[in-house]
Design a protein around this ligand. Structure first.
Ligand SMILES: [Zn+2]
Ligand SMILES: [Zn+2]
Length: 299
């Protein structure tokens, strides 16, 4: 089995340097994007994710290796297969990320990444503690096709590394051709917005093309400044609460009170915001309302 290093660990010193540089640049421009409590809780989430990752990655490797036994082809580990896996992984990432926003069972772990009301490089480190144990199911078709598990894990890490630099307000727009193909700070700011027009848009990992293909692309609008965070913010810097609060709320909704069995299941599988009495609003409802109320000229 080819052994690829855990590149995330090697990247940690660069993460720190880049954050310090961003802090310096923003302070010089008098932009207050860093708040110590917020940044430290993001870093704590990132460190927790790395430690829990030793466990969850073992499980993921086990699952990928098991499925690999039933592979249809045997794809060699070589340059062209890395080209293929780049696209295959990014496609898997898009659907993983989109479902993470559209199904509460996955949102419960992904919400962590969106829980900061600030947007800077430290926000990139605000990672889930629970997602690693079950979101890998979106990648299981890769070993079945015949991609080697070690290759898959490496490409997943490369994707995560790519997504670090796009968490910044210091870069406005990249060159046009780059914005057209790749996920960029501008596209990803939209993804972190709680403005109705920005909700559940731009789920891309490395390539923005998937959002354009599947109808979830939204460019950053000049007259609609991004409000970062959640529709309902959790207002805590406590890492344990950040990691597990949504799980608690979801289980409460699903398993308490008088509801039909179907409604209990719906609380796990419907989008966040859904309520069994019809009073809830999901992202699509909020976007529709916003578009209906907005005068045409400002759309
Ligand atoms: Zn997201
Ligand atoms: Zn992000």
């Amino acid at each position: 089995m080819p052994d690829f290093p855990n590149i995330i660990l090697f990247a940690i010193p660069f993460f720190i340097l880049a954050m310090l540089l961003e802090l310096y640049v923003t302070l010089k421009q008098n932009i207050k994007t860093y708040e110590p409590k917020d940044a430290f809780s993001s870093i704590a989430m990132g460190l927790g994710n790395v430690f829990i990752g030793f466990l969850s990655k073992a499980l993921v490797l086990l699952a990928l290796t098991w499925v690999y036994k039933f592979r249809i082809f045997t794809i060699p580990v070589t340059w062209w297969s890395f080209v293929l896996i780049f696209f295959a992984d990014d496609f898997s990432y898009y659907w993983f990320h989109r479902i993470s926003h559209e199904c509460r069972l996955f949102w419960a772990s992904h919400v962590v990444h969106h829980s900061s009301q600030k947007y800077n490089l430290s926000t990139a480190l605000r990672q889930t503690w629970s997602g690693g144990f079950y979101t890998f199911i979106f990648w299981l078709w890769l070993p079945l096709l015949g991609f080697h598990p070690a290759m898959i894990l490496l490409q997943m890490s490369i994707s995560l590394l790519y997504q670090f630099w796009i968490h910044t307000e210091t870069i406005d727009q990249m060159p046009k051709w780059f914005e057209a193909i790749f996920n960029t700070p501008s596209h990803h700011r939209v993804h972190h917005g709680s403005n109705p027009i920005y909700l559940d848009r731009n789920h891309a990992g490395i390539l923005i093309i998937w959002d354009k293909m599947f109808g979830t692309f939204q460019p950053e609008l000049k007259n609609e400044k991004v409000t970062y965070g959640l529709v309902k913010n959790i207002n805590t810097f406590n890492p344990i609460k950040i990691a597990f609060l949504e799980w608690l709320y979801m289980f409460k909704d699903a398993f308490t009170g008088h509801k039909s069995f179907k409604d209990r299941l719906n609380y796990l599988f419907k989008p966040p915001g859904w309520k069994h009495d019809g009073s809830g609003k999901i992202s699509n409802d909020l976007r529709r309302e916003w578009l209906n109320n907005k005068p045409k000229s400002t759309r």
